[in-house]
Design a protein around this ligand. Structure first.
Ligand code: NAP
Length: 222
């Protein structure tokens, strides 16, 4: 397949590139620091703070899927980049008639209100007692601004007309890939506290050709 990886030098992004190349896919990698990319991919330099639309359109044109692991390097100070960058990616995909996109959001986002979804559930149906009353309130207190931006990002996709899938992991780790992760459509994973970045990347590539994941959010955890 022809795949475009956005934020290809990030934690999940690096795994997306490495796993896609290892599987024999034709990879275009979008990064603001393209010098950090491996030599065996087509590199496109775009800083999504000031998106270069023609460059972004050239990166997504003809792709069977776009995989985005875009997010703030510091979610407490840089919140806002995910929606801004995703808006530009969606626009480039609409312009080039590219349909399939898979992005990374976060497990606590399903309970965040946005104009398109003003009354989300008070608790994610997959969350147990610990996440409902301790984990989620704590992470909301720490990263609330970033989660609000992720909720806006998810809404942009719901309104886009594209064939989107949203991955919602809990705390990410740098442990090696296990392939043993659990997933669930439209809810978090009961008792799922962490997941390796490598497994999230593996699952994002796996869902590209799973039609039942189109226009769905997916909980993923070890
Ligand atoms: N950390 C967690 O435990 C956790 C849990 C659940 C969900 N998440 C979500 O998962 C996302 C991905 O996680 P991760 O660990 O892979 O994040 P990460 O390592 O911080 O990677 C973020 C990526 O976004 C890129 N980026 C940021 N601003 C950019 C800009 N202006 N233009 C172009 N690229 C830009 C970064 O580029 P550079 O490489 O150039 O910096 C980097 O490649 C997070 O952002 C968060 O929303 C995180």
């Amino acid at each position: 397949m022809k795949l475009t990886v956005i934020a290809a030098t990030g934690g999940i992004g690096r795994h997306l590139v490495a796993q896609a190349v290892a599987a024999g896919h034709d990879v275009t990698a979008v990064a603001r620091r393209p010098q950090e990319l491996p030599a065996d991919v087509r590199a496109v330099a775009v800083d999504l703070t000031r998106p270069d639309q023609p460059a972004l359109a050239s990166a997504v044109r003809g792709a069977d899927a776009v995989l985005s692991a875009l997010g703030p390097r510091n979610p407490r100070t840089d919140a806002g980049i995910t929606s801004r960058g995703t808006r530009a990616i969606i626009s480039a995909m609409q312009e080039t008639h590219t349909q399939r996109i898979i992005i990374v959001s976060a497990a606590p986002v399903g309970t965040v209100p946005v104009p398109g979804q003003p009354r989300p559930p008070r608790h994610d149906p997959g969350d147990g007692f610990f996440m409902r009353y301790l984990g989620t309130p704590l992470t909301h207190a720490l990263f609330g601004r970033h989660y609000a931006d992720l909720a806006v990002t998810e809404q942009l996709l719901r309104d886009s007309g594209l064939e989107w899938t949203i991955s919602r992991p809990p705390k990410l780790t740098d442990r090696p890939a296990t392939g043993q992760y659990r997933t669930a459509l439209n809810r978090n994973i009961r008792g799922g506290i962490t997941v390796p970045r490598a497994d999230v990347a593996h699952h994002m590539i796996a869902v590209i050709n799973q039609p039942d994941t189109i226009r769905q959010t997916i909980g993923i955890a070890s």
